[in-house]
Ligand binder design. Structure first.
Ligand code: ACO
Length: 409
């Protein structure tokens, strides 16, 4: 692959007086990366060269964090060291806890943005790194510091999410436990009790599957902020803001809500048919900008949903309804011709719903995972940083006659 940044205009191109505009930057290359790669035509995803299936079947989220941040799968000692560092960084600054409490009734994504920004204001390492970046002292020592700050963010996001849930329900917060792994500790802080191993596996698998995905809108937001030499916590607060939008995070919530509304697997065929009509409602959890094949993450998570409903049942028939929709989608010419397949969001919400995690915490879970990809891409970009400064094609008037306010109509 070419090392230089080049613009491909095969995406949706708009002609303007200044030349072609690549709408939504579709297919525009902005950096090289060794973090993740997607083969959308064949439905393949790699992290640092490893197939997602191998990582999902064999590695925990902590191992994937090491792989993504440090470029290699950890040996046993490296993994234990990383787990110890993550566990020791889970607590929050008292000011952050106050912010979460103040936003207890707000959507958790607002609380997550605000809490991350607050935590960053009190993290001396973050301020030290920002200083180094601004004075051009970003060398190996500062890069090591950036990686340690990334670990802190990864460690703290679950605490923010769990504390918000507890405050929002008027419950006492449950402090993190250093003897538990990343996903088990999150569930322990969230529900305040020892989690079921299959629930831990579900959260951990979800975190592995969402850890990175090249440059979607939130990662691009992170890069734009990082390239200004802002600080790493501001990078993540901004990325969370981008993820909050319904065109990015949040489709798993919409998918589960639609299954609940459908209520009966026998109705699935009609719902799918309605989505093929002009102006009909889109099927949530179906289709993807990059994957024109079955999303490999969806296939993996579907297996987990099957294990979960085998163990705990499918009281609201969510799995049965989703399966009927899937069958109807895969066999319908409308979806076949447009290369529309179930994506990861088609399945992931079902397990969270059955575990008792309220819908509004689904996107925060996404952020808890993607924080590793966001930080890794920004740290990678800082090796050869350049401010993002695109141009717009101005199509308004110039040199209008200025009229004083008292003479304006
Ligand atoms: N249901 C019905 N028709 C669809 C769907 C869908 N879910 N998705 C796309 N189409 C149709 C469009 O109507 C369009 O048809 P047309 O050619 O007759 O006009 C065609 O497929 C192409 O659609 P685009 O909007 O151009 O495809 P794009 O690549 O921009 O969209 C997107 C991708 C946004 C994910 C879309 O498939 C969608 O809205 N899906 C539902 C929401 C969803 O599941 N999002 C999660 C994505 S995965 C993630 O973020 C982790």
């Amino acid at each position: 692959m070419s090392q230089e940044v080049r613009i491909v205009t095969s995406g949706k191109v708009i002609q303007s007086p200044c030349g072609p505009i690549v709408h939504g930057l579709e297919d525009v290359l902005v950096k090289t990366t060794t973090i993740s790669d997607i083969d959308g035509r064949n439905g393949i995803l790699w992290y640092r060269g490893y197939r997602i299936e191998d990582l999902a079947n064999n590695s925990t989220y902590e191992e994937v964090v090491h792989l993504i941040l440090y470029g290699k799968l950890p040996n046993k000692r490296e993994l234990e060291d990383l787990k110890t560092r993550l566990a020791s960084n889970r607590d929050l600054h008292p000011a952050t806890v106050d912010v979460i409490k103040a936003l207890a009734k707000a959507d958790p994504m607002f609380a997550l943005e605000a809490a991350v920004a607050t935590e960053g204001a009190y993290d001396e390492d973050n301020l030290k790194l920002a200083d180094a970046l601004r004075s051009g002292r970003y060398k190996e020592t500062e890069k090591a510091l950036a990686l340690r700050i990334a670990e802190k963010l990864i460690a703290k996001l679950p605490t923010i999410v769990a504390y918000h849930y507890r405050f929002s329900r008027g419950l006492d917060v449950v402090r993190p436990r250093s003897d538990l792994g990343h996903s088990a500790n999150f569930l322990f802080m969230f529900f305040g009790k020892e989690p079921d191993p299959l629930a831990v596996r579900a959260v951990d698998l979800y975190l592995v599957l969402h850890a990175d995905h090249e440059i979607p809108a939130s990662t691009f937001t992170a890069l734009v902020i990082g390239a200004t030499l802002s600080d790493l916590y501001s990078v993540i607060a901004g990325a969370i803001g981008a993820l909050k939008g319904p065109l990015h995070g949040g489709a798993n919530e919409a998918a589960v809500k639609s299954y609940l509304e459908i209520g009966d697997p026998a109705k699935a065929k009609d719902v799918v048919e309605a989505a093929t009509k002009p102006g009909g409602p889109r099927l949530m959890g179906v289709g993807h900008r990059v994957y024109k094949a079955y999303d490999p993450r969806a296939r993996i998570f579907k297996g987990l949903v099957e294990d979960y409903v085998k163990k705990f049942g499918d009281p609201q028939k969510l799995y049965a309804i989703a399966s009927s929709i899937e069958q109807a989608v895969l066999s319908h010419p409308y979806f076949q011709q447009r290369r529309l397949f179930p994506n990861v969001d088609f399945w992931s919400g079902i397990v969270f719903y059955y575990m008792g995690i309220p819908y509004e915490y689904f996107t925060p879970l996404f952020a808890m995972s993607r924080v590793v990809g966001w930080t890794a891409h920004v740290i990678e970009y800082w090796d050869n940083n350049r401010l993002f400064r695109p141009r717009a094609c101005y199509v308004g008037p110039h040199d209008l006659q200025y009229v004083p306010i008292e003479k304006r109509e």
